[in-house]
Design a protein around this ligand. Sequence first.
Ligand code: NAD
Length: 372
Amino acid sequence: MKVFEEIERKDHEQVVFISDKKVGLRAVIAIHNTSLGPALGGARMWTYASDDEALRDVLRLSRGMTYKAAVAGLNLGGGKAVIIGDPQKDKTEALFRTFGRFINGLAGRYITAEDVGTTEREMEWGRMETKYVTGTSRALGGSGAPSPVTGYGVYVGMKACAHEVFGSDSLRGKKIAIQGAGKVGSFLGEHLMKEGAKLFITDIYEDKAKQVAKKLRATYVKPNKIIDLAVDIFAPCALGGGLNDETIPKLRCKIVAGGANNQLLDEKKHIAQLVERGILWAPDYAINAGGLINVANELEGYRQERALKQAEGIYHTLRQIFAVAQQEKVTTSQAANRLAEERIATISRIKQIYVGRSEFRGRLGEISPKSR
Ligand code: NAD
């Protein structure tokens, strides 16, 4: 791989390769853009097949974080870390403390959090070496599990979708299919149940799905039956890539709005297929930003009420995305990207003006005593 070309392709600011043979640490930290603030993003631990694969993943994920933070209105940039290793076998205190020391060396340009393959425990190990760690437990003053806030954000985002398609925010009586009875699916389901939606739920683990279904007064559906269920809203809350050539033609809904990351297997191709089928898609990184909003709150002293309140903003963000999509005749995915890019450009401009002015003031300060 041509490393510098790869880094320059999507305008990454900084990529840091770190290694410590003694503790078995090999990781890459990518800082995509810090125009809005320090780059915040999780540390993913994965058995990457090659160094190239790890680098590509961290570059892609860190850029995604820039867009997610920007559209959520947070003063954060986009960053991510990948640790090359097996999360089942290779997680040690020494490794994560060393990782924490490297993060500390970046002096706050990158702030880490948990991600696939890492948990609260590893964040706490990292926290022993640096303050630039979020996602530690509530007991230690951290924000704890992000899924309640993510679930709530998806719920309010779904209301914005309902407003767009049905002319009302109300989800009462709406048929909603939830794919994935995990953390986000369950929290989302609770809000929907309280509002009186008619729920259908599935999971690859039948027992788990049936248990959650009982709690939510939902109908259990087999995993292969959820896609072509005739419903108002389909909520992907499982893994990425669920919207693809095979599944999109089967959908029988008006809205797709859920918490899963990277729902479209191929962003351009599959958003086009959804548009053609007249289905409104809530851009995933906009509707599932509750998790990021939750950890961002930790930086200011965590309070869940405040995080939930901020997550309510997801409703307005989605309304804005739909308005831009309609006015500019673009897809909801393009509209979300545009809003993120515009916010970054605007804030960068303001910062430049501000920096320019303070330099000017500095120069005036030097001149004025002599001229007096
Ligand atoms: P989770 O592991 O608790 O839940 C996911 C569930 O989906 C699991 O129960 C799993 O068995 C099930 N599943 C996997 N493949 C499936 C399939 N093909 N059909 C049906 N069920 C399937 O994870 P989570 O934290 O609830 O996250 C769900 C999604 O939301 C992920 O894509 C995650 O990246 C995204 N997300 C989560 C958060 C958060 O705060 N947890 C924040 C932002 C985005």
